[in-house]
Write a protein that binds this ligand. Sequence first.
Ligand code: PGA
Length: 246
Amino acid sequence: MSYIAAANWKMNGLEADLEAFAAITPKDTSVILCPPATMIAPCRSALPDHIALGGQNCHEAATGAHTGEISPQMLRAAGCEYVILGHSERRLDQNESSVFIARKVQNAWEAGLIAILCVGETQSERDTGATIKILQEQLSLSLPDGAHFDNTLIAYEPVWAIGTGRIPTSNQIEEAHHEIDRHLQNTRGVSLRILYGGSMKPSNAAEIIAIKGVHGGLIGGASLKASDFAQIIRAFDEEARANQIA
Ligand code: PGA
């Protein structure tokens, strides 16, 4: 099985950085780069076709009087195949509710984009034993009917692990991915690929990608330097090769 390495550049990245990324040569791993909106067109010109592009957000309408917004139809026209939705930084900073996120996912699908839907618990939700309940609630409310293997990826991103250098134990990651999968099967009858996100880096990528139920990573900080991102991709390639041999 091949894995997915998705880079979330957040509000970082300039054209000068692209040369090093153009040299990344994955073997089996599917690579998705999600740069800031202004960098999508430069990325599409500078990067080889085997690096797919994604937006980091989109509007719930196709066009209209929405100053400062970008629709998924526009992302698609600029060369994107994916869009990250429901990231915790937007759920928290922009007060995006799960119901609101569902409308964006729906519109992203209508534009022909694959949604990378993020879910994850905060530290206090984990501390009070609410993790599974929160994941189920976020999935139920932010994923419209019609999700299937080819139009949606889920990213499990514990909020407390994002940008902190702290990662859950392997058991915690396995349990969360298992519960997400079980919930999707029970409520939607679908099986989706689930990425792990939160402080993934070259030194822990091999261990995380080997966890049962992890189909790839959504990588923030460690995706900003091409050499670090390339090392993570290499770890995914090696795990995929080990699986084929086993
Ligand atoms: P991080 O971010 O890898 O810097 O923790 C991941 C994310 O927020 O998608």
